[in-house]
Design a protein around this ligand. Structure first.
Ligand code: PRX
Length: 656
């Protein structure tokens, strides 16, 4: 530990650069690509790839995308709408599965481990057969091209099977994270007007069975859902409604199923993410560009080779799992590890056992998990043979140097480069990240991926590149896996992403770029929290709180947290006649967990007689947050009720 502390101290002082080992560089996919294209240096690669039409068409070839009919034009850019690989006929399932079932028939696609210790291994042939059988089941239940199918499944192989089956027949999947509540499920089903729900009876997490189907039953009557398919994971026999609900095993069809030939720009899926209002946004991704973008990044950044064992520890319910557990690894014909349960069940060594058991070579996780393991102590990883690892990665939030060093030393044994990848649900693919040839600066996501034109702007739209000054992170050219819009919310799409600067994508993040062109991401600018790498809208939690009968108003803010990155703090005004109590605090926390999901449960709740507001009645979260953190709230004289600032200060400091 002492040695680590010294490393951290020197790292923080020196701002040390870590150069990639020569062997990694020499054998990397990106170096081979550069040699083949006579590109001598990294800088030259980045420069040349700014010809995005050249670069992305080369990348489509590099990751062996097979179009049914070729494209006639790489890009059609009618801001703010991009289309990629124009006129190509395509289906992502061809590259992810149909082709692989021939090329890599007996290679493992997934090594899956359930929390209780059960193991399933699926070859590409197995996966192909299961997807076909399930795709025929969907067809038999009336699902057609363009229909929306909501999937509320845990981390079991049936989740990728269900997604691929939808894509295969041209249906649009909308996966809802299994940790979300049934209320969140309801909102997402309604917005997408889904016809079919795929779920499980339950799943294992932390040694318990978490029910799904019986909870879905509470909301299904209020939806457009006509049929429900239920996978029996935990044998708990939920009630089944005659005519509507079907067991997975009972509906499987024949093993033969033609893949629907789509246009490369047809919608593949919708994935909901949090924004600044209480209503989640349905981000739309399309078959062709998404395939090229996700496969290219996994190929270059994580350098996946034929014999790698890849483990992305995310849940498929988030974009990280969609892109880097399901689509990209399959397109590259890789073997992925998939794990169902809690990271520390039954012991804090569970993840390290998994790495050891399957000989994982490339591992991708979140800083919040690293900080949690760091707290538990290095003895757990140290008792395991992690020597198969050759590359590590992180995603979801900035990684603090302490966690970086711990990861580098205790998981990577100082042998593995750490790929800190910045991206979003909307970008679909990793956007700012090191490659195996990139010198690392801990805490920096380093440089934009080739073909990505990222910059940092001041409010007037002047570039702050190279000046090390904080500004708005923007993307200046389209990229293949970019979102194609928001589901039935065109105005919101334009306002959220394309209104700050003309024809430039606004990420909602703050960042700075140093004199060497390294990007340092500073976090969200808008009212969105980042709790354990998950995006939660402040207003989503506020809406949940005010839906409780005791609450009249609420302000939700983030507070720095050692493990989670941000903790959720709520200031609540109760309805008249309601008395504050510890019991009520517990009830409100429970209520939010029920409305949204456990990840949104507030860590702290304070009761106040009033909240600081502008004269037009807008609650000033910024003021609440500053006061809570003991900072200067700025000019408060223009508030309608300046005295409320003191209520918040007293509540947060425990004076009341
Ligand atoms: O604020 C950034 C943060 O996560 C946001 C995107 O969240 P989501 O759409 O849920 O996708 C998360 C996984 C891709 C970003 O706007 N973020 C993501 N990766 C990083 C990050 N912040 C800093 N460093 C990162 N590597």
């Amino acid at each position: 530990m002492k040695e680590t502390q010294e490393t951290i101290a020197s790292l923080l002082q020196e701002g040390r650069t870590f150069y990639p080992p020569e062997e990694l560089v020499e054998n990397s996919n990106v170096k081979r690509f550069m040699d083949e294209h006579d590109i001598p240096t990294y800088d030259e690669l980045l420069r040349k790839a700014q010809n995005i039409e050249w670069f992305w068409s080369e990348m489509a070839r590099e990751v062996s995308i097979e179009w049914y009919e070729p494209y006639t034009q790489v890009l059609e850019w009618n801001p703010p709408y991009a289309k990629w690989f124009i006129n190509a006929k395509y289906n992502i399932v061809h590259d992810a599965l149909d082709k692989q079932a021939k090329l890599r028939k007996n290679k493992l696609a997934y090594i899956w481990e359930g929390e209780p210790g059960d193991i399933r291994k699926l070859t590409y042939h197995d996966l192909y057969r299961e997807v076909n059988r399930f795709a025929n089941a969907l067809k038999d239940l009336g699902i057609r091209k363009g229909d929306r199918v909501t999937i509320w499944l845990p981390m079991i192989p049936e989740l990728p099977i269900a997604m691929l089956a939808c894509a295969k027949i041209g249906a649009i999947h909308s996966v809802v994270f299994s940790g979300f509540s049934e209320k969140a499920l309801l909102d997402r089903i309604q917005d997408a007007e889904a016809k079919l729900l795929i779920t499980a009876d339950g799943f294992y997490r932390g040694g318990k069975v978490i029910e799904l189907k019986s909870r879905a039953d509470q909301i299904l009557d209020q939806t457009t859902i006509e049929n429900v398919i239920v996978y029996d994971r935990t044998n708990i026999n939920p009630p089944m409604k005659e005519g509507r609900d079907h067991w997975w095993q009972d509906v499987l069809g024949s093993r033969k199923c033609e893949t629907e030939i789509m246009d490369a720009n047809d919608t593949l899926f919708i994935l909901y993410t949090s924004g600044t209002t209480g209503k989640p946004k349905g981000v739309i991704h399309a078959h062709g560009g998404y395939a090229v973008g996700t496969a290219s990044t996994l190929h270059f950044i994580f350098d996946i080779k034929e014999d790698d064992i890849w483990w992305c520890s995310a849940d498929i319910g988030w974009i990280t799992g969609h892109s880097y557990i399901v689509y990209a690894p399959l397109i590259l014909g890789a073997t992925s590890v998939m794990y169902e349960g809690a990271p520390t069940h039954p012991t804090p060594a569970r993840w390290w056992e998994i790495i050891e058991r399957y000989g994982v070579t490339v591992f991708y996780t979140a800083p919040t998990a690293i900080r949690m393991f760091m707290r538990l102590g290095e003895k757990y990883p140290q008792n395991h043979d992690l020597s198969t690892l050759r590359l590590l990665g992180t995603v979801g939030e900035p990684i603090n140097p302490e966690a970086w060093v711990w990861y580098y030393k205790y998981i990577g044994n100082e042998q593995c480069q750490i790929m800190d990848t910045w991206w979003q649900t909307e970008t679909g693919m990793q956007m700012i990240s090191p490659l195996p040839i990139t010198p690392l600066k801990p805490g920096s996501a380093t440089k934009p991926f080739p073909g990505i034109d990222a910059d940092v702007f001041d409010p007037e739209g002047n570039s702050l590149h190279g000046r090390n000054a904080g500004g708005y992170l923007v993307i200046k050219k389209p990229w293949p896996a970019m979102l194609r819009g928001l589901w039935r919310a065109e105005e919101r799409y334009i306002n959220t992403y394309w209104s700050a600067y003309p024809n430039i994508y606004f990420t909602g993040d703050a960042a700075r770029v140093d004199s060497e062109g390294y990007f340092w991401i500073q976090g969200r600018l808008d009212d969105v929290l980042n709790v354990s790498g998950h995006r939660i809208g402040n207003s989503e939690v506020e809406s949940a709180l005010v839906s409780h009968p005791a609450v009249s108003e609420a302000a939700v803010v983030g507070k720095p947290h050692e493990v989670k990155g941000e903790a959720i703090v709520a200031f609540v005004v109760l309805k008249s006649g309601i008395e504050p109590s510890e019991q009520l605090i517990d009830d409100l926390k429970q209520h939010v967990a029920k409305e949204i999901g456990k990840i949104a449960r507030p860590d702290e709740i304070y009761f106040v007689p009033d909240l600081p507001k502008t004269r037009s009645g807008k609650i000033m979260r910024r003021v609440c947050r500053a006061v809570m953190l003991g900072k200067d709230p700025g000019d408060i004289t223009t508030l309608a009720n300046p005295e409320a600032v003191d209520f918040v200060r007293k509540a947060a400091s425990g004076e009341v």
